[in-house]
Unconditional design. Structure first.
Length: 457
């Protein structure tokens, strides 16, 4: 932790600062507001994805270059959002631009395999230790295929997932993503709560939920559903509630427990894959799951996804026991961008660069937190990182519920109003790119320091 002495922030002061920052935010973005008003006439909530409808209003973007993005009102930002973790290569990277330009001149879609797909699959096998791969177009598709393959391989239907992990928007995993405290049940046996209407109760009933970092609860879930569980799906580092690290030995213990009960282990590395190390969490924590779902950072900014696994598990596709299809799977534009991303951009120098930037952020933010005796702490993992607005470590969703979300919202407003674009939401999670500089990340530290000073005054 940054400091052992902390003081609480008065709620009235936080509310006062939020009010002023919201007004500043709106005044600087009149065209975004106009477009949002127009968009609501033809799109529900005025956005293509509900995640984009964030208070105080959505920000419509115009262009990106390097580590920067510009909105339609001409505001320039250092991009710490990076498309929810997609743009680890940065915006308009010359090598990506050239690869896509070259490929689109040859054809943008065939619905047939292309040579680059073989190269990409071979590199994913090298990085993640999984011998066989199939491509998808998103993280949702990757986790959906992984769940179906696990069910086909084991002949079982039940899934165990972690409370508050987000694995995409298919029915099997839209369970207890953000369960209301009144509905979430006891910690040793959480309830399975549908994330929204429209999810069949029968599907929800096939998904059991356990807290992160809680092996006894997982043991009990297996005991309650003996010989029913096809797989445990887990983000090896939770990234939907800030950044929550696994306890030492936790991931290996999940794998052992799943295997003892005849189930598989699925890692959802959509967010951690290729961002926290070349081989993601699998490499960083030394645990190889039975199936792994990827997307986001591996595609160089194009729609992408991949699912890889053990030879025998992926054999359910080879033997035609499980169907895995998609018109755009292995699209030539995506494969061209992914090949350059994995082989030419995200190399050893890139990860050394991420670690250097993370050190600047960690050191600078820790110093501010210590100086102002703030009850916060910082976690950095190569290209990923964030501030947790709690002095104590967060181990699971129920710890996260103790955080005052207004502080994260205030930080988001401060950063956006001072030229750093953050992903919306209380999780306060950033992604860096190979095109970010020390000066770029120092701006985040300086903005945070200004907020800390204002909170403390």
């Amino acid at each position: 932790m940054a400091t052992t002495t902390t003081r609480e922030m008065p709620a009235s002061r936080v509310a006062e600062l939020i009010h002023g920052e919201e007004e500043r935010f709106r005044q600087a973005r009149p065209r975004s507001r106009k477009l949002w008003t127009e968009a609501r006439q033809v799109m529900p909530r005025g956005v293509p994805s509900s995640f984009q409808d964030a208070s105080p209003q959505p920000v419509f973007m115009e262009k990106g270059k390097g580590s920067r993005v510009w909105d339609v009102d001409g505001n320039e930002y250092v991009d710490f959002h990076n498309g929810f973790g997609v743009m680890v290569v940065g915006h308009a990277h010359p090598k990506i631009v050239e690869a896509v330009r070259r490929q689109i001149a040859l054809g943008s879609h065939f619905a047939q395999p292309v040579e680059d797909g073989v190269t990409v699959a071979r590199e994913l096998a090298r990085r993640f230790g999984q011998p066989k791969w199939r491509f998808t177009n998103s993280g949702t598709e990757s986790t959906e295929d992984a769940v179906r393959m696990a069910r086909g391989f084991t002949g079982r239907e039940r899934l165990i997932k972690i409370e508050s992990s987000y694995h995409g928007h298919h029915d099997a995993v839209m369970v207890s993503v953000e369960p209301p405290p009144a509905l979430m049940g006891p910690p040793d046996a959480p309830a399975s709560v549908p994330q929204s209407e429209g999810i069949p109760a029968a599907i929800v009933g096939l998904t059991s939920v356990v807290p992160f970092n809680d092996l006894p609860a997982l043991e009990k879930a297996f005991a309650r559903h003996r010989d029913e569980v096809a797989a445990v799906i887990v983000e090896p580092v939770m990234m939907n509630i800030g950044i929550v690290l696994p306890d030492a030995g936790y991931l290996a213990a999940i794998k052992d427990l799943a295997h003892r009960h005849g189930a598989l282990l699925i890692f959802d590395e959509v967010k951690t894959g290729a961002t926290i190390s070349p081989g993601g969490a699998s490499e960083r924590f030394g645990v190889t799951p039975d199936l792994i779902a990827l997307a986001k950072a591996i595609g160089g900014g194009l729609p992408c996804g991949a699912v890889g696994g053990r030879e025998d598990v992926m054999g359910v596709i080879e033997d035609k026991r499980v169907v895995q299809v998609g018109t755009f799977n292995g699209n030539p534009l995506t494969m061209a961008a992914s090949k350059v991303t994995l082989l030419e951009i995200l190399d050893d120098k890139a990860y050394a660069h991420f670690d250097a930037l993370a050190e600047t952020l960690q050191g600078g933010l820790d110093e501010v937190i210590g100086e102002h005796e703030l009850p916060y702490h910082v976690i950095t993992l190569s290209a990923r990182g964030g501030v947790t607005y709690r002095a104590q470590r967060v181990r699971n969703y129920r710890d996260y519920l103790e955080i005052d979300k207004s502080l994260a919202y205030l930080s988001w407003l401060y950063q956006c109003n001072r030229g750093v674009m953050m992903a919306p939401g209380a999780e306060e999670n950033w992604t860096l790119s190979v095109q970010h500089s020390v000066e770029d990340v120092q701006r985040y530290v300086d903005n945070f320091a200004e907020m800390a000073k204002d909170l403390s005054s």
